[in-house]
Each structure stands twice: as C-alpha cells, then as structure tokens.
Design a binder for this molecule. Structure first.
Ligand code: Z5A
Length: 214
C-alpha cells in the first residue's frame, strides 16, 4: 500500500497535546517487544537538514511568509523520506511517524489558508507519493490539549502561538480527515484506552499485508 518495499508505515496525527509522542513511543516499544524492527520518527525532524528546517519553521523569531513556512515543513519531510523512511520500509521495518502529510493539510491549509490543491501537489513532490498504511488521528478538544501541554511545561512554538480560531480550524480538519487507512481515536480517553485502540488498528493493518513482519 505505501508503495515502498515490504515495511509497514504507521502515522500518528492530531492537534497539540493529543498524545502523539506518547503513543509513538508506546507503539514502537510494543512492536519491538513483538520482535518487529521499528524506526520511530517525528516531523519536522529526523535528519540534519530536517532538524535545521524544524528550527526555522518553529523557532524563527521573525514573521515567516506562509508559503515559505510550507516549504520548510516539506523540505524537512522530503529529506526524512529520502534518507530514513523509504530505506527503512525497503528493509521491511515498521516506521512509526509522529505527524506526516495530514499535519500540513490541517495547519497550512485549514489553519493558514493556503490552497489545498497546490499544497497537495507540493506534498506529492516532497514525498514521491509515499502514503501511510495506517494513519491514527488522535482527537482532543483544543483546551484539553493545551492543558496537557501546560502540565508538561512545554514551551510554545510559533504555530502553537496562533489564535484560538486557527486551532479550531486545525482540529476540524483532523476530524474531517478520511481516506484509506485513516482511523479516528478519541484521545481524551486514558492512555491505556488510546493504546488499546491504536494497537487494534496497527495489528489489523499488519495482518492485511506481509509488511512489518520480519
Ligand atoms: N507542523 C505544521 O504546521 N505542519 C506540518 O506539516 C508539520 C508540523 C509536520 C510540531 O510540533 C509543530 O509543527 C506543530 C505543528 C507543526 N506545532 N503546533 N501546533 P511538535 O513536534 O513540537 O509537537 P506537538 O505535536 O505540537 O505537541 P506535543 O505537545 O508534543 O503533542 P503530542 O505529541 O500530541 O502530546 P504528548 O507529548 O504525547 O503528550 C502531551 C502531554 O499529555 C504529556 O505530558 C503526556 O504524558 C500527556 N498525555 C498523553 N496522552 C495522554 C492521555 N491519554 N491522557 C492524559 N494525558 C496524556
């Protein structure tokens, strides 16, 4: 399905504080305990170029033009796909990614107002058309996500400092997301309930293919 070798490509998506990083860590550990070879990545980030783009996209102290911001995220993704994700999938690994294309649709299109068709084309160029086998979309109300970040003492990045209307559009875009392999999980539940729901989807996706079973 992902069109890149025999691995399994799992993406975890959702707004800030939804519990994505927590779930990615848990899934990676659970898959390894099952004897799978796992590559866990976050976006933007994961290669020297992608980490540099992350710094610019999230911490640059001056205004960044919306299209420039888009290309920073896509530069990070293109480099990560080329150097890390595709090689891992081709080796038969399970790749678990904290964010992928849906983040760009939610933040830069729904949040930032960039044109969907052009952004979709740019995404395709950046990733060579790589698609996840399963995308777990974690849903939490904006305020609950923020509350979790405050409790975790997270320092806000440029995107997180956008206004409430922006974040409401981002959440709505995630809630509307659909397509092959897209699954919605109520992430206001306990960690355990979220993990169990995610595990059901990942094992179902793995069973549908021979990928990720090395
Ligand atoms: N961005 C973009 O605009 N366009 C793009 O194309 C891409 C990204 C790829 C990346 O931020 C930023 O880049 C992001 C979008 C933008 N900025 N914004 N907004 P990031 O990588 O720094 O992470 P984040 O996703 O924005 O924030 P986060 O706080 O790391 O969220 P999270 O990973 O979903 O949550 P967490 O770290 O797993 O959990 C947060 C806390 O909640 C933590 O203390 C957990 O222990 C706790 N937690 C987790 N799950 C639960 C449950 N179920 N119950 C209770 N507590 C929980």
């Amino acid at each position: 399905m992902n069109g890149s070798g025999s691995g399994l490509f799992v993406v975890v998506e959702g707004p800030e504080g939804a519990g994505k990083s927590t779930l990615v860590r848990w899934l990676a550990a659970r898959l390894r305990a099952d004897g799978r070879r796992v590559m866990a990545v976050r976006q933007p980030g994961g290669t020297p170029v992608a980490e540099a783009a992350r710094k610019l996209a999230l911490q640059f102290p001056h205004e960044v033009a919306p299209v420039a911001e888009l290309f920073l995220f896509l530069a990070a993704r293109a480099d990560l796909v080329h150097h890390v994700i595709r090689p891992a999938l081709e080796e038969g690994q399970v790749v678990v990614a904290d964010r992928f294309d849906l983040s760009t649709i939610a933040y830069q299109v729904a949040g930032g107002g960039l044109p969907a068709a052009d952004v979709t084309q740019a995404i395709r160029l950046a990733t060579g058309g790589l698609v996840p086998d399963v995308t777990l979309v974690l849903d939490v109300p904006v305020e609950l996500g923020r509350e979790r970040q405050r409790t975790a003492r997270k320092v806000q990045d440029r995107i997180e400092r956008q206004d409430d209307a922006f974040h409401a559009r981002v959440r709505e875009a995630y809630r509307r997301a659909q397509g092959p392999g897209v699954v919605h999980i109520d992430a206001s539940q306990s960690r355990k309930a979220v993990q169990e729901a995610a595990w059901r989807e990942v094992t179902a996706a793995a069973a549908l293919s021979t990928r990720g079973t090395s």
